[in-house]
Design a protein around this ligand. Sequence first.
Ligand SMILES: [Ca+2]
Ligand SMILES: [Ca+2]
Length: 508
Amino acid sequence: MLKWWQETVFYEIYMPSFKDGNGDGIGDFKGLLEKVPYLAELGVGGIWLTPFYPSPKVDNGYDVSDYYAVDPDYGTMADLEAFVAEAHRHGIRVIADMVVNHVSTEHAWFVESRSSRTNPKRDWFVWQDAPNNWESFFGGSAWEWDAGTEQYYYHSFATEQVDLNWANPEVEREIWKVFDFWLDKGLDGFRLDVINNLTLTRDFMDNPVVDGEQQHVFDKDQPGMMAKMAEIGERIRARGDYFTVGEISSDNLAEIERYAGSDGLDVTFNFNFGSVASRDGIVAELARMQQVYADGRMPTLFFGSHDMSRSWNRLADGREDVAQLLSMLMLTAHGVPFVYFGEEIGMADFVPESMREMRDVQGVYAYELALQDGKSEHEALVAAQEKTRDKARAPMTWPEGFSDKTEAWIGEVTPDFARGQRMFAFYQALIALRKTADFCEPGYRDFKVDGELLTYVRGEHLVCLNFGAAREMENKWGDLTPVLANLDVVVDADRIMLPAFAAVIFKI
Ligand SMILES: [Ca+2]
Ligand SMILES: [Ca+2]
């Protein structure tokens, strides 16, 4: 008996960029509500919402200033509830991003904590008299001087994102309340942000530095993390049929997979697969995952998110056939797929042409650090364009437009509606197939990598994915009926002729 999330195709929605419902240029719950039928038509069964809590938005909502409310930019609590009800009415579940490694420096807990060294919430955060060498994951020191109380506080990301001290049991109790609050609101689970970064210990060993690059050894995956992850998973499962997916800040498969399973979170994001810089390694990585998850656990399958360049540019080189090849892999392999909004219409990257257009704090940091290193303004801009996560955050290109207002909060990309329609139809067909038992059951038959050709059988379906040049393969199945293909594939009694980048599903 499969759990609901094992049969679900998820769809990530970057809150400010999906659909603006009130004409202020920022995506919101009213806009989302309007688009539920669109998502139902696409066929997805789950939505992951990026943070919608009140936030000064230094890191676009990943700096939460109140865990129990909705940011006015996105609407009201009633708007959220109406959206969730509408999604449920269409058979779509909703999971929420939960950011519990850190809070905004504007959060009341931190305002209290920094008010004096003897404040009862002083120990809810990590305060030290002297910094160690830990660097923020966004660059620069992870320690910030607080002049008022003459100590440093720890922030593993932006200066305005202060880390919670999970060594303090009061913090943990407070976070359990937050989980309960949102499950009571009807949400179906959580996506747990940078969850292996929770600061669990009071040891502050300097991180090693190799070739001038800091290795994040002691500031993540701290002792006790596995047990903590099991506890989080258990607490949420104990409440009912909910789903947890963890963001593990690593692209190392061994680190990622160990937190996934019945003794941890349900699944973890496989950045070893989804965030690769080119498609060259994809087939080999899937082969490794096929072995690691052969025990029936599920990996996650995705090629895009709000934190990386869109797969259209990064992996498909702007080619529709390659984009469809990737989507067929993602939606037929063993795992839990996450479609990133816009991917299903072949949306391309947005690249800010100037710092005036740059919205992402990571791009801004890269620019400032490059200038500090003596780079020219142009070189600093190039460095910022490299690092910025704005690329994947341009607004969804709806036929009627993203917003009634002419300007969205971030630059827009030029739509290609004809391409969008073809891509949408392909995704729709794949998702419909993915709902059949053949593609929900864990595991493969005849999983085979032959150079750049990947083939596997799922139930009564044969999937052929050719990541290389045109080639033939042996037809050992005999009578094959093509169900879906991105290109013309010719089959005879002995051979299957696959053009370059062909992706095809046969009924055996
Ligand atoms: Ca709006
Ligand atoms: Ca932390």
